[in-house]
Design a protein around this ligand. Structure first.
Ligand code: DQA
Length: 146
């Protein structure tokens, strides 16, 4: 079972960016923790972070045929990008939307997600555990179908 974990703009700054909202964990720490979980649960993970919308669209397109699931934190593009939404819809790979913060408890412009309607579901507000919960879902579904 192969999973591509995509992170959008400014998530490379985790650790120093607004720690009161996003915590002090860096993206490298998150990746390390997810890799541990993946190793224990026989999942293959790849990670990509980009600050560029087109790079994220390219990565989603290239995922077709290569990954079983996408886990995507599109960051600010969640609230703006029809292109990323269309890419997720086009590749027909089940996608899980994740956010560190609870976007519904923040500014109004963060309440709307272009991605949510084309994802299996949205997990937000649990810090780095949002990503872990997405992987737990994937393992659960795999085991159900085994
Ligand atoms: C975020 C929430 C977005 O609104 C914001 O633009 C981000 C991070 C989160 O993980 O909480 O960059 O996706």
């Amino acid at each position: 079972m192969k999973v591509l974990i995509l992170n959008g703009p400014n998530l490379n700054l985790l650790g120093t960016r607004k720690p009161e909202i996003y915590g002090k964990t860096t993206l490298a720490d998150i990746e390390e923790n997810l890799r541990k979980f993946a190793a224990e649960n026989n999942l293959e993970l790849d990670f990509l972070q980009s600050n560029h919308e087109g790079a994220l669209v390219d990565a989603i397109q290239q995922a077709k045929g290569n990954y079983d699931y996408l886990v995507i934190n599109a960051a600010a593009y969640t609230h703006t990008s029809v292109a990323i939404r269309d890419a997720v819809e086009a590749v027909e790979i089940p996608a899980i939307e994740v956010h560190l913060s609870n976007i519904h408890a923040r500014e109004e412009f963060r309440h709307h997600s272009y991605l949510a309607p084309v994802c299996v579901g949205q997990i937000c507000g649990f810090g780095q555990y949002s990503y872990l919960m997405a992987l737990q879902y994937i393992v659960g579904k795999r085991n159900e179908n085994a």
